[in-house]
Design a protein around this ligand. Structure first.
Ligand code: FRU
Length: 732
């Protein structure tokens, strides 16, 4: 049974593992270290996230340094320590962040430097726009916009950051080509609007009245900070140009469209492209070491179209977000369902294993039980057989010996002979008791006490003739049928019973049955273990047949066990005597059964004759059975129907009942104690008595009516039966 529980447990574990494995597919952890936190960075981060949706094995970990070198260094180190597979970094300044990037790279983590540059060579790939070109194009635009003449202010990005340096270089080199354009001030900003506002405000305070035609802020926020300062200062506003050109509410494109800025330059974010590069590196696919992102100028001429385009892109991005949200909900549900199915499957398997276990357990138990029963049965059969074999010769030693001890021959024997005989007798008894004990110990069933009692109860007094001399049979004595396959036992039984009973003998059940039907004996003594038809079946057949059903059957056998006796009684036996038996007990039993057999009341209101009135001793009553009741009532009806027929013979009655004359005679006699002829006469007389009392018919008329051939014979019979003449009944 334990094996099944182990099997079930292991199955459960495997299923659990399968379930968890399938949910735990390899994930790429990508760290993203942003130098700042603003709308440009937000846009890029959400593009990275959307890019990740296309790869279900990518996990992004974001960090923003808020323009602080120390913070960014610390964040990169901590991302590396959490165990990332790749680092994307936009370094705050060119030189300050390099050591942290080197540390990550040296640990074998691929590094993508994005948008801003460093002075380290330890990176896997770079992606970004060309900031020099951007500054240069803006310089060219400014010159054209001012028709080659005018004063301008340049507000820089964060000092030391690569875009600030490159944009400045490009811008100044372009402006240098246009001598009519004069850069009156280059102010230091840090990419934020408040710093730009402050620095421009200070310059305006110092240079009151100076006319400025255009301000170039290195990003849109810087340009707007400068605009605020100029607006506050009053006077004619110059033109403002910036870089970034973001879509959305406060983005540069709208600012250009609303004429708050004169121009901007789209600084590409391209987060999705960046993510793809990261995945390619992680998956070992070929990739570009340096990727230059293309860009474009935003002016009054194209702002409207660009805005529409970018809004469309934003709308699609938001749809994509929603779709992803829904998809992950479904995936979650699917995951739950899958877990549920696994659990249900495991439960079913467990249940099946359990059921199989229980089934096999019961199967095994039933098999053991069957085997044990078979063994017991074989053992019992063996001991029964052995005991039968031993008891029969024992009976044949013990019985004759006891008879011998009581004969005159023995009384004349010498003391020595007497002593020797008693030794034989004692040891026979001892052997019997040993057999009983052996059976008792082997089978564990108590052997009926009477068996051993019988051994000592051999006190038969009547002399029994030697088997060799066949005495005359007394034809009037009750008939006993002996059925036994052992000729010695038959001889011994004969020696016990003859003289008192007329005897019939058969050597097996089949022959016994033939004799029982033919002769209808008064009683049957039968062995159980016999060839052809055993005693139990024989007894059943006797009790089934209407001819013989009333005959008492004594089973005489070596099958001494209680359950074997029960079997015997179930077959219909009236008594069960075990071998070796006491002849006295057998005689007493036979006598007792014969005494108690006439149980039926007289059929026509008269007492049964002779020995029939003896009350049977307790426990031996031969109750009438339904077969007997049916037989008697049939017989009674038949007699009553044909009462007036004075030619009615017993042969006729027997033939009507499907029996021979002998069979009818013996059956009726056995059941009622009266012969059929007696009963027929009694029935006629009872009817006559009734007519005498109830009718006005003459005695002669009544005599004929009840089947008497002559009135004088009727009167004689009537007087014999009732003690009075018919005329007396008439008078009363
Ligand atoms: C965003 C930003 C942009 C600018 C870029 C330069 O953080 O300040 O506005 O164009 O960075 O690296």
């Amino acid at each position: 049974m334990r094996k099944y529980y182990q099997f079930a447990f292991i199955t459960l574990m495997i299923l659990g593992l399968l379930a968890s494995c399938s949910q735990d597919a390899k994930k790429y952890r990508i760290g993203v270290s942003q130098c700042s936190d603003d709308i440009w960075r937000d846009k890029q981060n959400s593009e990275l996230q959307i890019g990740a949706y296309f790869h279900d094995n990518v996990e992004l970990r974001f960090a923003a340094a808020y323009d602080s070198d120390e913070r960014q260094i610390q964040q990169i180190d901590s991302l590396v320590s959490t165990g990332i597979d790749l680092l994307i970094v936009a370094p705050n300044q060119v030189s300050t962040i390099s050591p942290a990037i080197d540390r990550a790279y040296d640990k074998g983590i691929p590094v993508i430097v994005f948008e801003r540059k460093t002075n380290t060579k330890k990176y896997t790939a770079y992606m970004g726009a060309d900031n020099y070109e951007m500054g240069h194009l803006m310089g060219e635009y400014v010159a054209t916009r001012l028709n080659e003449r005018g004063k301008i202010i340049e507000v820089m990005g964060l000092k030391g950051s690569s875009p600030a340096i490159e944009r400045h270089n490009g811008f100044r080199e372009a402006i240098a080509q246009h001598p009519g354009i004069q850069v009156v001030a280059t102010l230091q900003g840090d990419w934020t609007e408040p710093t730009a506002y402050n620095t421009v405000k200070q310059w305006l305070d110092k240079n009151k009245g100076e006319k400025i035609d255009l301000v170039f802020g290195m990003n849109d926020r810087t340009a707007m900070g400068a605009r605020k300062a100029f607006e506050e200062a009053g006077g004619i506003l110059p033109l403002f140009c910036g870089i970034d050109g973001l879509p959305g509410e406060n983005g540069g494109i709208r600012l250009v469209q609303d004429s708050l800025l004169d121009a901007s330059y789209i600084y590409p974010t391209h987060g999705d492209q960046l993510l793809q590069l990261a995945v390619d590196i992680l998956e070992g696919k070929p990739y570009e070491k340096e990727t230059n992102l293309m860009s474009a100028l935003v002016t009054q001429d194209n702002a409207r179209v660009l805005l529409m385009e970018s809004e469309e892109i934003m709308r699609q991005s938001s749809n994509l977000e929603q779709l992803h949200e829904k998809a992950s909900q479904y995936l979650d549900q699917l995951g739950n369902q899958r877990t549920l199915i696994f659990v249900a499957l495991a439960a079913i398997l467990l249940l099946l294993a359990l059921l199989a276990g229980i089934y096999m357990y019961y199967l095994q138990r039933a098999r053991i039980q069957d085997e044990r029963m078979l063994m017991e049965r074989e053992q019992l059969d063996f001991y029964t057989q052995v005991s039968h074999e031993l008891r029969t010769p024992l009976t044949l030693i013990q019985g004759p010996l006891d008879q011998l001890l009581r004969t005159n021959d023995f009384r004349d024997a010498t003391d020595n002979a007497r002593e020797l005989f008693s030794i034989v007798r004692r040891n026979t008894q001892h052997l019997t008791s040993l057999i009983n004990k052996m059976l008792d110990a082997q089978v564990g069933t108590p052997i009926q006490e009477m068996t051993s009692a019988q051994v000592d109860a051999i006190t038969v007094s009547q002399p029994i003739a030697a088997p060799a001399v066949e005495p005359e049979q007394d034809e009037d004595a009750p008939t006993v049928l002996i059925v036994d396959d052992n000729a010695d036992i038959r001889t011994y039984l004969r020696s016990i019973l003859q003289g008192q009973y007329r005897l019939l003998e058969a050597e097996d059940g089949k022959r016994g049955l033939e004799l029982a039907r033919e002769q209808v004996p008064d009683l049957i003594v039968s062995d159980v273990m016999m060839p052809v038809m055993n005693g139990l079946e024989f007894c059943q057949q006797v009790k089934k047949d209407v001819i013989s059903s009333h005959i008492p059957v004594i089973l005489l056998t070596a099958r001494a066990l209680e359950k074997q006796q029960i079997e015997g009684y179930e077959s219909g036996a009236d008594a069960y005597i075990t071998k070796p038996f006491s002849p006295e007990l057998l005689l007493a039993r036979i006598d007792n059964l014969l005494q108690s057999r006439h149980q039926l009341k007289d059929l026509w209101g008269m007492k049964p004759v002779t020995e029939a009135s003896v009350t049977p001793p307790q426990g031996t009553a031969v109750a009438t059975t339904p077969i007997e009741d049916a037989f008697i009532s049939r017989f009674k009806n038949m007699v009553e129907e044909r009462l007036s027929d004075n030619n009615l013979s017993i042969e006729d009655l027997a033939a009507d009942m499907g029996l021979s004359r002998v069979q009818l005679y013996r059956k009726v006699k056995a059941l009622t104690g009266n012969t059929p002829v007696d009963l027929l006469r009694k029935a006629r007389l009872a009817q006559a008595q009734k007519l005498l009392q109830e009718s006005t018919l003459s005695v002669s008329e009544i005599a004929y009516q009840v089947g008497f051939a002559s009135p004088s014979y009727f009167t004689k019979c009537y007087k014999d039966e009732f003690g009075t003449v018919p005329g007396e009944a008439r008078k009363s």
